[in-house]
Design a protein around this ligand. Structure first.
Ligand code: ZN
Length: 211
């Protein structure tokens, strides 16, 4: 699904009640066309005259509409950002971006509500490289007519359908399909629809299977 602001605001209120005792003040939830992340929390530190951070303000959650994700993944992404918000708003100090506090809250919510929130959402390149979970990926690398290289990680049930569309696409010159457990591919969304994500060919090269 591609979420709307109204949908996300309603979900925010629901998860706030369910998972955070309704403690979180409402903040703007905005849509983004970003390809580099699915969800992101932004905020601004307020400093005292010594330059020490005393609190955070201007919280905004941004959710990308670039990815057609299953509804549960959209919800998990929103809750993920809400955990970041909860930590920053309460002024808690975590051991890292997704440190002990973050993981404890995430595991508590996953266990209580049977959710699958992860720390692998697409955000900064450093965060992406820290995602080392082993999962099986059905990958298509496309050479585009304009010379670029693109990656598609397909939902396993959609490989055949997406393959068919790509074979007929005038923008795709050549495709290579393979299955891999390389965690580098964790950074791409699992596509249920034919979508391509242009990548830096040099960055991709070490992750291609040996010819
Ligand atoms: Zn995060």
């Amino acid at each position: 699904m591609i979420p709307t602001v109204g949908y996300l605001e309603e979900r925010f209120d629901t998860f706030n009640r369910m998972c955070f005792d309704g403690a979180l003040p409402r903040i703007p939830v905005k849509l983004s066309r970003a390809q580099s992340f699915v969800g992101r929390l932004q905020y601004r530190p307020v400093r005292d005259w010594l330059g020490r951070t005393v609190r955070y303000e201007d919280f905004v959650i941004r959710i990308s509409t670039r990815f057609d994700l299953p509804e549960t993944e959209v919800e998990d992404t929103l809750i993920h950002e809400m955990i970041h918000y909860w930590i920053a708003w309460k002024g808690l100090k975590d051991s890292s971006t997704h440190g002990r506090l973050f993981r404890a809250k995430m595991q508590e919510i996953n266990a209580q509500y049977g959710r699958h929130i992860t720390i692998s959402h697409r955000s900064s390149p450093e965060e992406l490289d820290r995602d080392t979970r082993i999962r099986t990926h059905h990958v298509c690398v496309s050479q585009l007519a304009d010379g670029r290289t693109a990656v598609t990680v397909c939902a396993s049930t959609r490989v055949r359908a997406i393959r068919r569309v790509f074979a007929l696409s005038p923008t795709i010159r050549r495709t290579t399909w393979f299955t891999t457990v390389d965690p580098w591919f964790n950074r791409f969304p699992r596509c249920r629809a034919p979508k391509i994500f242009p990548v830096d060919a040099a960055e991709l090269a070490p992750h291609l299977p040996a010819a």
